[in-house]
Ligand binder design. Sequence first.
Ligand SMILES: NC(=O)c1ccc[n+]([C@@H]2O[C@H](COP(=O)([O-])OP(=O)(O)OC[C@H]3O[C@@H](n4cnc5c(N)ncnc54)[C@H](O)[C@@H]3O)[C@@H](O)[C@H]2O)c1
Length: 333
Amino acid sequence: MKKLRAGIIGLGVGEKHIAGYRSHPDCRVVALCDFSDEKLEAAGKKYPGVRLFSRAEELLDDPGIDVVSIASYDNYHHEQIVRAISRNKHVFVEKPLCLYRDQAVEIKRLLGERPDIKLSSNLVLRAEPRFRELRRMIAAGEMGQLFYVEGDYNYGRLNKITEGWRGKIDFYSVVYGGGVHMVDLLLWLSGDRVAEVAAYGNNIASQGNFRYNDMVVSILKFRSGLAGKVAVNFGCVAPHFHGLRVYGTRATFTNGYDHATLWETRDPARPARQITTPYPAAEKGALIYSFVESILHDSPAEVTPEDVFAAMSVCFAIEEAAQQTGPVVVQYV
Ligand SMILES: NC(=O)c1ccc[n+]([C@@H]2O[C@H](COP(=O)([O-])OP(=O)(O)OC[C@H]3O[C@@H](n4cnc5c(N)ncnc54)[C@H](O)[C@@H]3O)[C@@H](O)[C@H]2O)c1
């Protein structure tokens, strides 16, 4: 079988994408792209024979590439996705998919015209073994009926928005950049869709060194009646962590640094169970194997385009709600 040929744009987290493609026996990495000459030179030494580009357009126009990973800065994702689709390339894009709703609408339209092209996004919390176990428990009915879910994205690296590219590009949203992980996780765990959101934000933590909200908290009303909350907290004085609380009629799950806790009874005399399934454990390229499989076998990837559009649609509504007063109905892309 002819091997799938992958190209990667952006060699920050994109380095992890290289490992993801190389983990699949029927895929090889043939091209890399970065603005930085130093990074390209280092990549050339590490991966001899790989084509190196400093302009993304050159890689996207290269007919010898079947699938492209877009791990560039957020503001380039939309234009690179559009170009990749027009050049017959499958797309694995870092989150966020794009920065504006009309861009997502355009991407969806283009994919509709090209059903042979696969697209997925790196909503990688789905690969965490501890969250996979929780999903299995929910699906098996062990949590009972869910009635409240909470996700806290504690970024813990304020300097990345006050000093790096995130604070310099024309628009950066902590909801799209971080909150999307928790939104996707809650949609994936619950199998539900969010109907309406309300949200509030501030940028107190960044003390004038970041133009947009560095913290946004949102309340979610799901279609089934399930209630939820997502907080995105880039300025917290605490390590990077994904807080997750899932309340069902039969059990309550709380993620923790050392282990998760599962309460299976309201009887205070009976101890809670510790869940020690690894977290954090997933490599950033962990979803790529399944994406390659989806291309080779024309099957759905772990994160489908519909999943990506759904998570982004909720994030667009949260961002809008945080900039006004009152709830916003989610308009699905
Ligand atoms: N899924 C995750 O958990 C996760 C984690 C980190 C970053 N990300 C996403 O990955 C993307 C990159 O973030 P990062 O943390 O790797 O940043 P980074 O600054 O560490 O690395 C980005 C690299 O891409 C290069 N680059 C950016 N735009 C480019 C372009 N248009 N053409 C060529 N090279 C380009 C830069 O020179 C840099 O070397 C962002 O969209 C970010 O949101 C996702």
